[in-house]
Design a protein around this ligand. Structure first.
Ligand SMILES: CC(C)(COP(=O)(O)OP(=O)(O)OC[C@H]1O[C@@H](n2cnc3c(N)ncnc32)[C@H](O)[C@@H]1OP(=O)(O)O)[C@@H](O)C(=O)NCCC(=O)NCCS
Length: 160
């Protein structure tokens, strides 16, 4: 399979947060943010693999600042690394108060998506081309998250 540049997987979703997105404290519900991260990550993974994809795991979901109702929230996703059938997608979330125009970085998430064939079985995806220093750094960090996750799993199994 021909390698594909990471930049070609870039996907963005923008959503204006309303009352139905609120939690009981009046901010945007964390579950709303997680769902939209998952959707943006899914889009990036589909663009890279040109396949149907499923989420198999989330390695990190950081909530840095609360998001207010009435803010415009953008979810920017890109494939960070590719193995055989799985891909790590990074999502950066930024919220903007449209009355002021100031933007702040509110969340970062890393999700692993698996490409499926027509029978619903995991299927290989094209290799990823990191074409700049930031993409190369994200690829290295994705490898680190994967090896930490696998090492943690092996340790848990060994200690059972
Ligand atoms: C994703 C799924 C198809 C994988 O099936 P499986 O039988 O575990 O397949 P495999 O063991 O061949 O694993 C497939 C890939 O997933 C990766 N994977 C499996 N479990 C994982 C986990 N917990 N975290 C990260 N990657 C994982 C494997 O490393 C492998 O990657 P690779 O091919 O790049 O090496 C299956 O687990 C599934 O259907 N899960 C439910 C998905 C879902 O419903 N998501 C929510 C809605 S989208």
């Amino acid at each position: 399979m021909e390698p594909r540049p990471a930049s070609e997987s870039s996907a963005q979703l923008t959503r204006w947060m309303g009352l139905l997105d609120a939690n009981s404290a009046g901010n945007v519900h964390g579950g709303t943010v997680m769902k939209l991260c998952d959707e943006a990550a899914g889009l990036a993974a589909i663009k890279h693999s040109r396949r149907r994809v499923v989420t198999v795991g989330m390695d990190r979901m950081n909530f840095l600042y609360p998001i207010q109702i009435g803010e415009l929230v953008t979810f920017s996703a890109m494939v960070n690394a590719v193995w055989c059938t799985s891909m790590e997608v990074g999502v950066r979330v930024e919220a903007e108060d449209p009355r002021i125009g100031e933007t702040r970085h509110t969340n970062t998430a890393y999700l692993t998506m698996v490409a499926l064939d027509a029978d619903g079985k995991p299927t290989p995806v094209p290799p990823l081309l990191a074409t700049d220093a930031a993409q190369e750094r994200r690829r290295r960090e994705a490898e680190l998250r994967r090896s930490n996750r696998l090492a943690e799993r092996a340790q848990i199994v060994a200690e059972r």
